[in-house]
Design a protein around this ligand. Structure first.
Ligand SMILES: Cc1cc2nc3c(=O)[nH]c(=O)nc-3n(C[C@H](O)[C@H](O)[C@H](O)COP(=O)(O)OP(=O)(O)OC[C@H]3O[C@@H](n4cnc5c(N)ncnc54)[C@H](O)[C@@H]3O)c2cc1C
Length: 438
């Protein structure tokens, strides 16, 4: 196992930094187990890191950081039962390719695929689609390592309570060694991406959300425009966009144009509305492609993000208040507000627990001050019973969160069983879940 000397670590966005006592790179489960036992003997904490794509300090530690980038093999594919078992560090990109090779796919994905599977499920990563749950709802089994270095299998059939909670564990409910996922037969998506007037979108929202398999919209603050994405599952053969068009939209538009807006916005914020108004004029795209290629795209611009899950029914009122906030602040925002819709689930620490959910995400460019925008958004979302994405910036703590999660105690019971000494705790879990032994 590669063991690095003491050096610094930082996340993708560059807003979280820490100096672990060591950065370990295990390549087998035996090494993972030895590592946890060694840390227990030394009285040190352990923190796993996937792709470091969380904006919060969820993966930071001054103990031992376990970098799982070398622990990402496919362990088994059961094409008949449509199940796949993988090591925790596999990236979604690699998982998608492996599944495609077996005529399978994940039923839904977020908008990038760089994350590790364990990191993605641990924070409740989601895509959009009101009939589809967060990614963790696709998990049918987990192999966990406890704080004492024991391995535990859990699923719907064995150790059900552990499986029930550990699907979204914020890195505190055991160290995930392997994940078994329910897959579906590979499918194509018919995608339509086009600008629309925000008031038209809001007037038709229920029909758009219910009438499409996967609907999302990006409102451009300071304008009357939104960019909309509608994806429908289809048997049509792939008709991908020409490479130049995909490049123009996914690279130039999604990344460079917004990136330029940020850069200009940092120095000349008064130009942002005029620049933003140019973006909808880039027009409409319609194509059919393999599902994972439609769901996920590249992100080159580094930004900071906050995202809240609110009851779907609360969306119109929360969004109206967000528009008022942007008007009131009067400072141009160079990044769209992303709105997605996801089915409710039963995972205790899921932001979508027990209710169909609207996710509202606000972003600013790295280097841009976000205090008033983010704190204003957070106040609005809190007033609408909002629950923060565990991997995105927020100011909540266990005291403000426990009451928003009806099955909070179930997750805490699983946590105490898996990690009674807080081996996998860090300052973030101490804050958002509370100390293991209060
Ligand atoms: C550009 C960008 C786009 C994004 N798009 C979306 C999106 O569309 N939808 C969405 O919901 N989120 C999105 N996110 C957020 C992202 O999906 C989550 O933050 C996710 O957790 C990142 O995965 P990771 O592998 O980088 O995990 P990390 O950030 O490395 O870790 C996240 C947490 O998981 C824990 N963890 C990792 N591995 C293990 C393990 N083996 N066992 C136990 N705990 C573990 C870590 O300790 C940490 O607490 C996006 C983030 C970025 C930067």
């Amino acid at each position: 196992m590669a063991r690095g000397r003491r050096r610094g670590w930082q996340n993708w966005a560059g807003n979280q930094r820490c100096t672990p006592s060591a950065i370990e790179q295990p390549t087998s489960e035996d090494q993972l187990v030895d590592l946890v036992r060694g840390a227990a003997d030394a009285g040190e904490r352990v923190k796993a890191v996937g792709a470091g794509h969380s904006f919060t300090s969820a993966a930071c530690t001054d103990g031992r950081l376990v970098d799982l980038s070398g622990y990402g093999r496919v362990l088994a594919v059961d094409a008949g039962r449509q199940r796949v078992t993988v090591e925790a560090g596999i990236t979604l990109l690699a998982l998608n390719e492996a599944l495609a090779g077996h005529g399978l796919a994940l039923e839904n994905l977020g908008d990038i695929a760089y994350q590790s599977i364990a990191g993605a499920i641990s924070t409740g990563t989601h895509g959009t689609g009101i009939r589809f749950g967060n990614m963790a709802t696709q998990v049918v089994g987990l192999r966990l390592i406890t704080g004492a270095g024991e391995t535990v299998e859990c699923s719907e059939e064995v150790e059900r309570d552990l499986w029930h909670s550990a699907r979204i564990g914020v890195g505190a409910l055991g160290l995930i060694s392997a994940v078994t996922l329910r897959a579906v037969p590979a499918f194509n998506l018919h995608a339509i991406e086009e600008p629309a007037r925000i008031d038209d979108v809001l007037a038709d929202l229920d029909a758009l959300v219910d009438g499409n398999d996967h609907y999302e919209m990006f409102w451009i603050p300071g304008t009357r425009w939104a960019l909309t994405k509608r994806n429908r599952r289809t048997d049509e053969p792939a008709r991908p966009r020409p490479r130049w068009q995909a490049f123009r939209n996914d690279v130039l538009l999604d990344n460079v144009a917004f990136g330029a807006m940020h850069r200009v916005g940092v120095r000349r914020p008064e130009w942002i509305p005029a620049l933003a108004r140019r973006i909808p004029s880039t027009g409409r795209q319609e194509y059919v492609d393999r599902s994972d290629r439609v769901f996920a795209s590249a992100r080159y611009v580094r930004f900071l993000e906050m995202e809240y899950a609110i009851p779907r029914a609360a969306f119109p009122s929360a969004f109206a208040e967000l528009r008022q906030l942007v008007d009131r602040l009067g400072e141009p925002i160079g990044f769209p507000v992303e709105c997605r819709f996801v089915a409710g689930d039963d995972i205790p620490l899921s932001p979508a627990y027990g209710r169909d959910t609207a996710y509202v995400a606000v972003h600013v460019a790295r280097g841009r001050r976000s205090d008033a925008y983010f704190s204003g958004t957070e106040a609005i979302m809190a007033a609408h019973d909002g629950r923060p994405h565990w991997g995105k910036l927020h100011g909540q703590h266990a005291g403000t969160l426990a009451g928003r999660y009806p099955a909070w105690h179930e997750a805490q019971a699983a946590r105490r069983r898996l990690d009674p000494d807080g081996r996998f705790a860090n300052p973030y879990t101490d804050r958002v879940l509370g100390p293991i032994n209060p």
